[in-house]
Design a binder for this molecule. Structure first.
Ligand SMILES: [Zn+2]
Ligand SMILES: [Zn+2]
Length: 431
C-alpha cells in the first residue's frame, strides 16, 4: 500500500513539478518604479517572493507562492459562489401587507424597467459584469499558462484581466447593503436571504484572486513561452508604468501590455486639474439638489445629502449618519482638497515632505471607490421600496454625485505621481 501511494505521489509531483517549479521564477532584472521613477535592480525572485521600491516602498514585483493552483482554485470557487449569490434570494421586505423577495438580478431588472437604466447599468457592471468577466478571463489565461499553449486572444485577455481588478465593487456593495438595512428597518421588516450571507465570502475570494494574478510575472510567462526576451533597459527605452518592461521610446503603446507608453504622462497636471475642476463644479449641484425622494401615502420627503444626514442624526441613527457623512461628504471633500495639494506641489513647490505626499496620493487613490456607497444605498432603497404605496426615487443629485465620484477617480488616475519626486530631486540638486 505505501509503495503504491509513493508511486502515485512521485508520478503526480513529477507532472506538476514540471509545470510550476522551474518556470515560475523571474530572473534578475531592472525596473523603474512607477510611483517614484527610481531605477532598481531586482535580484532573481522565486515563488512566494516579492520586491518593493527601496525609496517609496511601492510593491514592484510579486510571485504567488503557488503561482498556478492558487489563482485557478480561487477563480473557480469564486465563480461557483457567484452563481449562488446571483440566484438565491438576497433580501425579503415585509411592509403593511406587502411581501417582496428580491434576488440581485431582480434588483437590476427593476432599475432597468423604471427609467433609471443608467444606475441599473452601473450596478450591473460593477457588481456582476466586471467580476464574472474577471474570473472567466483568469481561468482562461491560467489554463493557457499551465498547459503552455498560446490560446486565441491570449494577450488581449491578459490585458483585460489585469485592468478589471479595480472595477470589482462587490465589497462596496455589501457595506452599502448594511447601511441601507439600518435605513430600511425603521419603516419595514427586512430579512436577509442566503445570497446576502454568502456575499462577504465572495468579496474576499475576489480580492484574493485579484492579488494572486501579478501582471509583471504573468507577462513574463507569456512572452518567455513565445521566445521573446523582455527586460532590457537600454538607452532610448522607456519603462512601461503598467507592466514594468522596457520598450523602445519610438513605440506609442507598450508592445507588452498595450497601455500608453511615456516617460512622464504628457499634460498630466493639466488633465488632472481640469477633471478636478469639473468635479468641484458638479459637487455643488450634487449637494444642493435633492438626492432622494421618498413617497408614501402620508407624506413625500425630498432630501439632499446634508438634510438626509441631519435627519438621521436627530432620529437616533447616529452611526449610519456618520457612515453616510464620511462616504458622501468627508471622503469627496478630502479627496478634492488632497488632489489640490498634490497638484500644487507637483507644479510649484512641495507643500509637505515627499514621503507624506507619496502616502497621501496612495490613500487618495484607494478610497475613491468607497464613495460609491451612497449611490449603491440609493439603488437598494429604490429597488426595495418599489410598491404603489411607498417608493423611493433618486433625485438629480444622484447622477451628479455619481459623475463627481468618477471624475475624482479619473483625476487621481491621470496625475503622474513621479512629478512630485522630480520636484523633490530638483530641490536636492539646488540645495
Ligand atoms: Zn518607488
Ligand atoms: Zn506595458
Amino acid at each position: 500500500m505505501p509503495s503504491i501511494r509513493r508511486y502515485l505521489y512521485r508520478k503526480f509531483s513529477q507532472k506538476w513539478h514540471k509545470f510550476y517549479t522551474p518556470s515560475a521564477t523571474l530572473p534578475a532584472h531592472t525596473v523603474d518604479c512607477p510611483e517614484c521613477g527610481l531605477r532598481t535592480e531586482i535580484p532573481k525572485l522565486r515563488q512566494g517572493q516579492e520586491a518593493s521600491c527601496p525609496r517609496c516602498h511601492h510593491h514592484l514585483v510579486r510571485i504567488e507562492p503557488e503561482p498556478y493552483p492558487v489563482p485557478l482554485a480561487c477563480a473557480i470557487s469564486a465563480l461557483i459562489l457567484m452563481t449562488l449569490v446571483y440566484t438565491l434570494p438576497f433580501i425579503t421586505v415585509r411592509m403593511t401587507g406587502m411581501f417582496t423577495r428580491l434576488t440581485l438580478p431582480e434588483m437590476v431588472y427593476a432599475l432597468l424597467a423604471d427609467d433609471w437604466g443608467f444606475l441599473g447599468l452601473v450596478m450591473f457592471a460593477l457588481t456582476f459584469g466586471a467580476p464574472v468577466l474577471f474570473l472567466l478571463l483568469c481561468i482562461y489565461v491560467y489554463y493557457g499558462l499551465l498547459t503552455n499553449r498560446t490560446l486565441p486572444y491570449f494577450l488581449t485577455s491578459t490585458r483585460l484581466l489585469t485592468r478589471l481588478g479595480e472595477w470589482i465593487m462587490v465589497d462596496v456593495f455589501f457595506i452599502s447593503m448594511l447601511v441601507a438595512y439600518i435605513k430600511i428597518k425603521t419603516v419595514a421588516m427586512l430579512t436577509f436571504g442566503a445570497a446576502f450571507w454568502l456575499m462577504p465570502f465572495l468579496a474576499l475570494l475576489l480580492l484574493r484572486t485579484a492579488i494572486s494574478v501579478p501582471s509583471h510575472w504573468m507577462y513574463y510567462q507569456i512572452h518567455k513561452h513565445n521566445g521573446d526576451r523582455l527586460f532590457q533597459a537600454a538607452p532610448d527605452t522607456v519603462c512601461c508604468t503598467r507592466c514594468l518592461y522596457f520598450r523602445p521610446r519610438s513605440e506609442q503603446n507598450c508592445g507588452v501590455c498595450d497601455s500608453e507608453l511615456f516617460d512622464r504622462r504628457p499634460h498630466s497636471l493639466n488633465i488632472a486639474f481640469n477633471l478636478l475642476l469639473a468635479a468641484m463644479i458638479l459637487y455643488i449641484p450634487a449637494n444642493l439638489l435633492p438626492i432622494m425622494i421618498s413617497e408614501n401615502p402620508m407624506e413625500s420627503e425630498i432630501s439632499t445629502i446634508m438634510s438626509g444626514i441631519i435627519y438621521m442624526w436627530n432620529n437616533g441613527d447616529k452611526l449610519i449618519a456618520a457612515i453616510i457623512f464620511s462616504a458622501s461628504v468627508a471622503v469627496p471633500t478630502l479627496k478634492i482638497i488632497s488632489m489640490l495639494i498634490l497638484l500644487y506641489s507637483a507644479r510649484f513647490r512641495l507643500l509637505l515632505p515627499i514621503n507624506i505626499l507619496s502616502h497621501q496620493y496612495r490613500i487618495t487613490e484607494a478610497i475613491g471607490r468607497w464613495s460609491m456607497i451612497d449611490i449603491f444605498v440609493i439603488i437598494i432603497l429604490m429597488t426595495t421600496f418599489h410598491t404603489p404605496i411607498a417608493r423611493v426615487t433618486p433625485g438629480p443629485a444622484a447622477i451628479y454625485f455619481c459623475i463627481v465620484v468618477i471624475l475624482t477617480m479619473l483625476s487621481a488616475h491621470f496625475f503622474d505621481v513621479r512629478l512630485l519626486w522630480d520636484k523633490h530631486q530638483q530641490y536636492k540638486k539646488a540645495a
